[in-house]
Design a protein around this ligand. Structure first.
Ligand code: GDP
Length: 308
């Protein structure tokens, strides 16, 4: 049994590769829910949906999120009512959010809902997708233009405001979703996906008990850096790290994870950071981590699979 921790786009690409090499071994994916937002009355869990859509083969591969061939008529129609239209929800995608909101209204937990959505998208039986917590948690970014929800910073403001601080609202009251701690403790390996260390992996390891479980597990813990050539391929990892006064490097990410990590996988473009990471007492693997297609994702996953 393997357990992975991840956010959305980078994690989903890697997990697609991993699924192609693990055979029928059980894979648990503990997904960040700090990106969740309630918009226009709909409960949206972007990272969970990105992982489900990717693993069910229906993702829009060009965008890396949303459903393939989706259109945006309903979103455009919301403009008539003066509702928020900056968050891109497609006509097919909206059905997932309606279903999630409907089930939340009936009292189902995010764990139960994620399981039902996974089933509806025919996720194989050996792959279990689990939210990090069933409590509501939201990532807020304090910027030079005021504090805003992470999605507002990312999508509406296109990462323009300068980041000063990141707050994971509700995290102190968040308990791990059922099974999360045991799935980390009892796995033979734990993989930290190539995800944003501040707003994807950060919230997961801040859920009560998760960091201790990672430290105490007998499992080998391997992380894949989301940086290539010292930069994220997509998203605000560099802006967030810099805003928090952190160096933007895979070595810095290794430092953030060093209390629970065994091995750090970094890209060949960052091979010069190898020694710095080894000096932290960690093993390293230097390979091509750019998953520009599913074949390259499978190759990276097979390196990691060999490692574990
Ligand atoms: P988000 O919530 O969708 O931003 O989800 P993630 O945190 O999982 O994804 C963002 C991170 O994934 C960024 O820091 C990217 O650099 C990283 N990423 C995306 N694609 C790749 C890839 O092909 N290789 C590596 N190493 N990282 C990637």
């Amino acid at each position: 049994m393997i357990t992975a921790l991840g956010g959305g786009v980078g994690a989903a690409k890697f997990l697609e590769g991993l699924c192609s090499v693990i055979g029928d071994e059980q894979l648990n994916v503990i997904v960040n829910t700090g990106d969740d937002i309630c918009l226009n009355g709909l409960n949206i869990s972007p990272d969970i949906d990105t992982v489900i859509y990717r693993l069910s083969g229906v993702i829009d591969r060009n965008k890396g999120w949303g459903l393939d061939g989706d259109t945006f008529n309903s979103l455009n129609s919301l403009e008539r009512f003066g509702l928020d239209t900056w968050f891109n929800i497609g006509d097919k995608d909206i059905a997932t959010h309606i279903y999630r909101t409907y089930l939340r209204g009936k009292g189902h937990t995010p764990t139960e809902i994620t399981s039902k959505i996974s089933e509806a998208f025919n996720i194989p039986q050996n792959i279990k997708i689990i939210p990090m917590t069933d409590q509501d948690v939201e990532t807020w970014i304090q910027t030079n233009e005021g504090e805003m929800h992470f999605q507002e910073y990312l999508v509406k403001r296109r990462m323009v405001p300068q980041v000063c601080r990141v707050t994971i609202r509700g995290i102190n009251h968040a308990s791990p979703a059922p099974g999360v701690i045991d799935l980390i403790k009892n796995a033979r390996a734990v993989i930290i996906c190539p995800s944003n260390p501040i707003i994807s992996i950060g919230p997961i390891v801040q859920v009560r008990g998760v960091r201790d479980a990672l430290k105490n597990t007998q499992a080998k813990v391997v992380a894949i850096s989301p940086l290539v050539g010292g930069m994220p391929l997509k998203g605000p990892a560099d802006r967030l790290m810099r805003g928090l006064g952190l160096e933007v490097s895979s070595a810095q990410i290794a430092r953030l994870y060093s209390d629970f990590l065994d091995t750090m996988v970094i890209d060949i473009e960052d091979g010069h950071e190898n020694q710095e990471i080894a000096d932290l007492g960690l093993k390293t693997l230097v390979v091509d981590t750019v998953m520009s297609d599913s074949k390259k994702a499978a190759t990276l996953a097979s390196f990691v699979f060999e490692l574990i």
